[in-house]
Design a protein around this ligand. Structure first.
Ligand SMILES: NC(=O)c1ccc[n+]([C@@H]2O[C@H](COP(=O)([O-])OP(=O)(O)OC[C@H]3O[C@@H](n4cnc5c(N)ncnc54)[C@H](OP(=O)(O)O)[C@@H]3O)[C@@H](O)[C@H]2O)c1
Length: 325
């Protein structure tokens, strides 16, 4: 596996999607790297706008780019907003990768996702199982766009020698997660539902699906640490999975979240809701061979995520009370 030393110190580093869960974690982790961090809010630069992206890159010429901007969501959003998930993610990847190349970017990290792997690929999911079978239908548009992004990074490397790399994070959770009641990922959805039941004295919480699918969860600050490690040391067209290498059933995970939140009522399963892929665990041997492993336990991570959720919802309530009537 090819590796090179890449210095972040003293470089201009663009974090695309810096307000997102991953982007914000990258910003926290990059703060100690003595790099000049570049960010731009979506209100000033819509990354789907090719001309605007080209103009921004020509003006700023970042030396390193973390492409962590994307249209992201849980199973319901992915399935309902199929056109937007395909279009927006294709446009963002295409615009940013091309503009980075055209404007002298020395290194770029593209963020894929574990859902790029075929629905029934052997578990744990190895990096070389990409494009070996049909995808999970509920998030196929998102996965197709992500696969196109991976192939784009790979093509700029093979045609132009660009040092563009791709990482595949597993399911992430932590500060900055999306707690939308319909469109969130499973960790945020469970934290919110258990918390609201606890506060309102609800006796039962309904968990979507059968509870039997198995999932792997990585605390987002661990992800950021892995990304900085890879950005500095890794250079290859081969993807790198980022995960813990351990999975848990949704039912057992729900029990852990309920305990962390302090909900003592009943947990039931709504089997009319889709389960998604039966199992999703990444093979992380490539990553561990590159000298990195996750350090935040699932229990500690859930506690930290719940603390961040409460801090954010306290902030929201205070802001709500300041809104003039
Ligand atoms: N979350 C996960 O479990 C997970 C797992 C695997 C891989 N990933 C990957 O990690 C990356 C980041 O995910 P995340 O969880 O951090 O998502 P997120 O919290 O939804 O953040 C996405 C960011 O992208 C920005 N963005 C979206 N569309 C944009 C546009 N048209 N122009 C400019 N900015 C735009 C958003 O801006 P606003 O703040 O303005 O909305 C936001 O800052 C994605 O590539 C995702 O596929 C995430």
């Amino acid at each position: 596996m090819a590796s090179t030393a890449f210095e972040l110190k003293g470089k201009t580093v663009f974090v695309a999607g810096h307000r997102g869960m991953v982007g914000a974690a990258l910003m926290r982790r990059l703060a100690g790297e003595q790099a000049e961090l570049l960010t731009v809010p979506r209100s000033e630069l819509d990354l789907r706008d090719q001309a605007a992206v080209n103009a921004w890159f020509a003006a700023k010429r970042p030396q390193a780019v973390f492409l962590a901007a994307a249209k992201v969501g849980g199973i319901v959003a992915n399935n309902a907003l199929r056109a937007e998930f395909l279009h927006d993610n294709l446009a963002i990847s295409s615009n940013v990768i091309q503009a980075a190349h055209a404007n002298g970017c020395e290194k770029l990290m593209f963020f894929g996702s574990s859902c790029i792997y075929p629905r029934l690929a052997p578990q744990p999911l190895r990096e070389d199982s990409i494009l070996t079978g049909p995808l999970e239908p509920t998030n196929e548009p998102y996965a197709i766009a992500k696969i196109a992004g991976i192939k784009m990074a790979e093509a700029y490397r093979s045609q132009y020698g660009a040092d563009f790399i791709s990482v595949m994070p597993t399911n992430l959770y932590g500060p900055g997660d999306n707690y939308h009641p319909e469109y969130s990922h499973v960790v945020a959805a469970l934290i919110r539902r258990f918390h609201e039941a606890k506060i309102s004295g609800g006796r039962k919480v309904v968990v979507w699906g059968t509870g039997t699918p198995r999932r792997e969860f990585l605390y987002v600050d661990d992800l950021a640490d892995a990304c900085i490690h890879l950005m500095k040391t890794y250079s290859s067209p081969d993807l790198v999975n980022i995960g813990t290498g351990e999975d848990i059933s949704i039912a057992d995970f729900a029990l852990m979240v309920a305990a962390a939140v302090g909900f003592r009522g009943e947990i039931s399963f709504d089997t009319s809701r889709p389960d998604g892929t039966p199992r999703k665990l990444l093979d992380v041997r490539r990553l561990s061979g590159l000298g990195w492993r996750a350090t935040t336990s699932l229990n500690d991570g859930i506690q930290l995520a719940y603390r961040a959720y409460r801090a954010a919802s306290d902030g929201r309530h205070q802001t709500d009370s300041l809104v003039p009537g």
